[in-house]
Design a protein around this ligand. Structure first.
Ligand code: RET
Length: 247
């Protein structure tokens, strides 16, 4: 795209992004195909989950093509372990993906738990704050970036608290099968989501690991948080009538 940058992905990072793009694309077709095996009123989780992997496929297409980034000045030289250079490639396209997909992931979970819609709305608004603080923090050069990071972490703490406490209790009250599905998908989500700020801290935040390693770190997290999560969720819903969840 004509911009020059000191610290960028190489063909290794690009190849990895293409691989993740391929998995996201296949998963989208699989979830849409599975939707066709169900009556229309039983497809809500297929639709949401397929949209999640489809958006991710496009984000990964962008990153594999070395698009959707901007160079950000980094402070150097600093401690041992810091990747040196004047500026680093920051993929803002990740945050566009997350702005769309993390609310959909929360919809998957909170609809499963049958939460009242005002609660779901508020958790999603807090989630949007988390993503935007992460984006702004990534684009800031100075130490102030860590201020945005702290706001984002507070938002994440609120979301995880909701999942492991309120929503879990709500899901259990709807029956054993709903409770079990929520336990698996909610636990996977709570665990994985806590690893994202760690990845941010060593990539966009601290510039401690190279963009190729960033590709692998976020790539594996996204594969677990989207296609693996989605398969688990859709499998869990196989015997659950959406009408029982108020859908
Ligand atoms: C940021 C930085 C600011 C602090 C926190 C973050 C958390 C991000 C999360 C992202 C989840 C993304 C998913 C993508 C889909 O696969 C924005 C990195 C707390 C939790 C699940």
């Amino acid at each position: 795209n004509g911009k020059t940058v000191d610290i960028a992905i190489t063909t290794h990072g690009s190849d990895f992004y293409w691989a993740v793009c391929a998995v996201m694309t296949c998963a989208s077709f699989a979830f849409m195909g599975l939707a066709l095996t169900k009556p229309r009123q039983n497809r809500i989780f297929h639709y949401i989950t397929a949209a999640i992997t489809l958006v991710a496929a496009i984000a990964y297409f962008s990153m594999a093509s070395n698009l959707g980034w901007t160079p950000i000045d980094v402070e150097f030289p600093r401690s041992a372990g810091t990747v040196h250079g004047r500026n680093r490639e920051i993929f803002y396209v990740r945050y566009i993906d997350w702005f769309i997909t993390t609310p959909l992931l929360l919809m998957d979970l909170l609809l499963t738990a049958g939460m009242p819609w005002p609660t779901t709305l508020f958790v999603i608004l807090i989630d949007e704050i988390m993503i935007v603080t992460g984006l702004v923090g990534a684009l800031v050069k100075s130490r102030y970036k860590w201020g945005y990071f702290v706001f984002g972490c507070a938002a994440l703490a609120y979301i995880v608290f909701h999942l492991v406490w309120d929503a879990r209790k709500h899901a259990n009250a709807l029956g054993r099968d709903v409770g079990r599905t929520f336990l698996y998908c909610g636990s996977l989500t709570s665990l994985l989501w806590i690893l994202y700020p760690i990845a941010w801290g060593v990539c966009e935040g601290g510039n401690l690991i190279a963009p190729d390693s960033e590709a692998v770190f976020y790539g594996i997290l996204d594969l677990l948080a989207k296609p693996v999560f989605g398969a688990l969720l859709i499998w869990g819903h196989r015997g659950i009538d959406p009408a029982r969840l108020g859908l």
